[in-house]
Design a protein. Structure first.
Ligand SMILES: Cc1cc2nc3c(=O)[nH]c(=O)nc-3n(C[C@H](O)[C@H](O)[C@H](O)COP(=O)(O)OP(=O)(O)OC[C@H]3O[C@@H](n4cnc5c(N)ncnc54)[C@H](O)[C@@H]3O)c2cc1C
Length: 390
């Protein structure tokens, strides 16, 4: 069993090759990241060099994992997110931003020629990419209020606007930028090189969550992009929303992994810490909290596994992924708070681990659609009434 929170034995559904690969991932994280983790977190340093280590593991494209196509099985990919989040969600974002977010946009949004041009080079980090949708003035309402513009100019486009919060931006060679076509008013997506004229970046510092992730504002000042770099299968925000809804299953796996890590750290601590002459894990009130954490983590994992199976079967709807995101992030928030609580004062120290999980749950709660926005998507699906104001 890879994790004590896998009470129902979902890892038993993995093949030997998949399990071995995940064991390699865990070993690499312990060896290459554990010793400096607290220091990176405290100083907000991004361990960008881990991209090469992770790529060398061939988590995405080892022939032993491929399932008759060019991708491994979704269950394995889910557990790959789980293991990364269980260790550290900043490192999970460094890797997942590339192989899940950026890669999915290219694979689902790109034309056949574009997929052939870019996709094979993404798992190796031959170049790094990220997704730039959010704007300073528009987060939750960006779908209807996008202000970044794309103006047709001969055989290309000119893009002007500003993006905010873009994860991994400072490490990226290209950004997938969403902009509104000034002619038809529809959202389109462009692969913009970092070094194009008119592109500049401003790092966002002072975050309390995902401190190791380089988030940035991207300023686009009349940036010229070729028509061949416009993602060919994205013609409106509806296409982008469909990709984002599909990607939301990742948040379920991240929430499961984050809770597993927090629970395991809390269990270790409560078994080793003695008060009143016995380990605090032996007190009834502490055990109630451990049981609640374990229940949350176990149920979140079950939901992530089932959502992944529905996606595989082609029967997952927006309701499933929105409910998973909003519920799982809510459970994660409770689990990490309980984990921090049972660790007492040690629980607010950076190198106690639970402090990191505690802070990172806040990012999980907000990105991939906030708790409220995903609740509104669920509400619309179950009532038939949209509570969005537009
Ligand atoms: C660590 C991190 C990484 C991120 N990475 C990326 C990235 O790579 N690319 C990218 O494009 N974006 C990214 N984002 C941005 C993220 O998607 C947005 O933060 C998110 O969509 C929310 O937008 P906002 O922060 O502007 O909040 P706002 O939209 O301003 O919302 C503020 C609050 O108001 C609530 N609210 C808004 N509208 C309603 C409503 N109708 N009813 C009830 N409540 C409402 C929200 O739920 C929230 O609680 C990232 C964010 C974080 C924190």
């Amino acid at each position: 069993m890879t994790a004590p929170t896998d009470l129902f034995g979902y890892t038993g559904l993995l093949t030997d090759a998949e399990s071995a690969k995940l064991a390699n991932l865990r070993a690499l994280l312990e060896e290459r990241a554990r010793p400096q983790l607290a220091q990176w977190w405290e100083h907000g340093e991004c361990p960008a060099h881990l991209r090469a280590d992770l790529a060398a593991l061939r988590l995405e494209d080892d022939p032993a994992l491929l399932d008759g196509g060019d991708l491994p099985r979704a269950l394995y990919l889910g557990f790959r997110h789980f293991e990364l989040a269980r260790f550290d969600m900043s490192i999970g974002t460094l890797y997942g931003g590339q192989v899940a977010m950026f890669r999915t946009l290219i694979r689902k949004g790109g034309s056949a020629e574009q997929v052939a041009r870019w996709d094979p080079h993404i798992p190796s980090f031959a170049f790094t990419g990220c997704f730039a949708l959010t704007e300073p003035g528009h987060g939750s309402d960006v779908a209807g209020s996008l202000t970044t513009t794309a103006v047709r100019d001969g055989d290309g486009w000119r893009i002007t606007g500003r993006k905010r919060w873009i994860g991994n931006a400072a490490l990226s060679d290209v950004f997938v930028v969403v902009a509104r076509d000034s002619a038809d008013g529809n959202a389109k997506a462009f692969v913009v090189p970092r070094d194009a004229d008119g592109v500049s970046l401003e790092d966002i510092r002072g975050k309390i969550a995902l401190r190791m992730v380089r988030n940035a504002d991207i300023v686009l000042d009349d940036v010229r992009v070729a028509e061949s770099d416009r993602l060919g299968r994205i013609d409106s925000f509806r296409d982008i929303a469909a990709i984002l809804a599909d990607l939301r299953y990742v948040a379920g796996w991240n929430a499961a992994g984050l809770q597993a890590g927090a629970y395991e750290a809390a269990l270790r601590y409560t078994l080793s810490r003695e008060q009143f002459g016995r380990p605090i894990a032996g007190f009834q009130l502490v055990q109630e909290k451990l049981a609640r954490m374990l229940g949350n983590a176990t149920a979140t994992l079950a939901m992530a596994v089932r959502l992944t199976a529905l996606r595989d079967a082609g029967t997952a709807e927006e309701l499933h992924s929105a409910l998973t995101k909003t519920w799982a992030a809510d459970r994660a928030r409770e689990t990490v708070a309980l984990a921090r609580e049972v660790c007492g004062a040690e629980g607010i120290r950076v190198d106690s681990d639970v402090a990191r999980y505690f802070a990172d749950a806040e990012a999980l709660y907000t990105f991939e659609g906030t708790h409220e926005i995903n609740s509104l998507i669920v509400g619309r699906a179950i009532t038939g009434l949209s509570a969005f104001t537009r």
